[in-house]
Design a protein around this ligand. Structure first.
Ligand SMILES: [Fe+2]
Ligand SMILES: [Fe+2]
Length: 197
């Protein structure tokens, strides 16, 4: 069943023409894994596959374009403006909404939040976020184990993915959006029983 009002074919052709082949194939794999996770957790498979497919539609956004879209949307946080192209999720979600008629909040939010995450993420958003990080073309130690974990304990997998991201940023001298630390603390508050040892 098609997602109402959404010009899926138009967005697909646009994305295929604009993304590098390797990025396009990444999107196909994210779509696949997001669909499988949605099936496992009783979420909407078609919407998960769609969000996975289009999550990086604006991956190649320039700094200037990203900055312009963010300020137009009223974003004022310094770190977000500094790292403007990392908001390619939000910018892509806006493009899908404004140019291709996407009016599905679930898909919009999952795409918009796939880079930085957010506190109190929905299960559907986590599925797309995790699929992006763990799709089968990614090559890093422990990927397969984490993929398995994602099908057993999605909250724990979300935590492990965020820990990996934090470690990567630290090891590569990259700026850290404080929301990442908040998200890690959120998991510890909710799931780690013995916080003091
Ligand atoms: Fe992305
Ligand atoms: Fe991605």
């Amino acid at each position: 069943m098609a997602i109402s009002n959404f010009d899926y074919d138009g967005a697909y052709l646009y994305m295929k023409s604009i993304l590098k082949q390797s990025r396009f194939e990444h999107c196909l794999r994210v779509s696949q894994l997001a669909g499988e996770l949605a099936e496992k957790y009783g979420e909407d498979v078609e919407k998960a596959k769609t969000a996975g497919l289009f999550h990086d539609i604006k991956k190649h956004v320039s700094y200037d374009e990203a900055y312009a879209v963010l300020t137009k949307l009223g974003v004022t946080e310094k770190i977000l403006l500094e790292l403007a192209p990392l908001s390619h999720g939000l910018i892509g979600a806006e493009l899908l909404k404004n140019q291709f008629g996407l009016d599905d909040a679930k898909i919009y939010d999952a795409i918009a939040n796939h880079t930085f995450g957010r506190l109190e993420m929905s299960l559907f958003e986590k599925i797309v976020y995790i699929a992006d990080n763990l799709e089968r073309g990614r090559e890093f130690e422990g990927r397969e184990k984490l993929e398995k974990l994602a099908f057993e304990d999605i909250e724990r997998a979300y935590f492990e993915v965020n820990k990996n991201t934090l470690l990567y940023l630290l090891q590569n001298n990259r700026k850290i959006n404080p929301i990442l630390v908040d998200i890690i603390n959120e998991y510890i508050d909710n799931y780690v029983e013995d916080k003091w040892n």
